[in-house]
Design a protein around this ligand. Structure first.
Ligand code: FPP
Length: 248
């Protein structure tokens, strides 16, 4: 791996010794990508799943520690049944392939979200990929499935409230760390960089707690058109920022 990347135009540069540890991506724009081509929305998701494969492999290759992607939100159930089914089908296909190639790719996989409403088959595939890959080192890929930031924080609040009732714990002793430790992302450092393609400039309930000091990068490129170079451009922008975490 070269230690430095420069874009063909020379405007963007990446220092591979100073990468963000954790990059998170809202994989947006699949529907519009398909519409532009006169294809059904599901074709956009299929293309988006391919982009995810490329970017996940590349994340490991360049040495990111964590890549988190928003695959299905708690609100996405409102979509037409055929679209929900298509996304679940793509996930199943991806997980089956991932299990097949796990020894070769050695990517550690985790899932953020409440998996209970998924089919037993999909739940079992998630559990298997997580278990098989648990000892792999290098990049960890977190797939957010039936994930919502508000839902995640609500669950943490419920769990702490139950502890106070059950064990007589004083609510005044509850710390930020107590909440972090009850999120789906417990043990994973907060994202340094959050990327949202497709021109939408909002967070859409993604990693609400964890993004307190994340750097955001927005681009008009639609997710199926997102390339390794686009990822490097986002990292280049990140490396030009000055992160102060509320200090000076
Ligand atoms: C948002 O684009 C995308 C989704 C809600 C689904 C993302 C799913 C995949 C990329 C495929 C499965 C994932 C894996 C990990 C294999 P949109 O449909 O809202 O696009 P639009 O805003 O242009 O309509």
């Amino acid at each position: 791996m070269p230690l430095f990347w420069k874009s063909p135009q020379g405007t963007d540069t990446v220092d591979f010794d100073a990468l963000p540890r954790h990059v998170a991506i809202i994989m947006d724009g699949n529907g519009r990508w398909a519409k532009q081509r006169g294809l059904p929305r599901t074709a956009g998701h299929a293309a988006g799943a391919e982009t995810f494969r490329t970017i996940a492999t590349y994340a490991k290759e360049i040495g990111l520690d964590y890549l988190t992607v928003y695959a299905f939100s708690t609100e996405n159930w409102k979509r037409p049944a055929n679209e929900v089914e298509a996304i679940m089908g793509l996930l199943k296909k991806y997980l089956l392939e991932a299990i097949d190639q796990m020894e070769r790719d050695r990517v550690k996989m985790a899932f953020f979200g409440d998996l209970t409403p998924l089919t037993p088959e999909l739940r079992e595939l998630c559990q298997r990929t997580r278990e098989i890959s648990t000892h792999y080192e290098g990049c960890q890929v977190n797939i957010c499935l039936n994930y919502g930031g508000r839902d995640e924080i609500t669950r943490a609040a419920r769990s702490l409230a139950a502890e106070c009732v059950r064990e007589g714990r004083d609510p005044d002793t509850i710390t930020e760390e107590d909440i972090s430790n009850r999120l789906f992302s417990a043990g994973v450092p907060d994202p340094d960089l959050i990327i949202r393609p497709s021109g939408e400039i909002r967070t859409s309930n993604f990693l609400l707690w964890q993004s307190a000091y994340s750097e955001y990068y927005f681009t008009d490129v639609l997710w199926p058109d997102f390339t390794k170079e686009e990822l490097l451009k986002a990292i280049s922008a990140y490396q030009k920022r000055s992160r102060r975490f509320g200090g000076v």
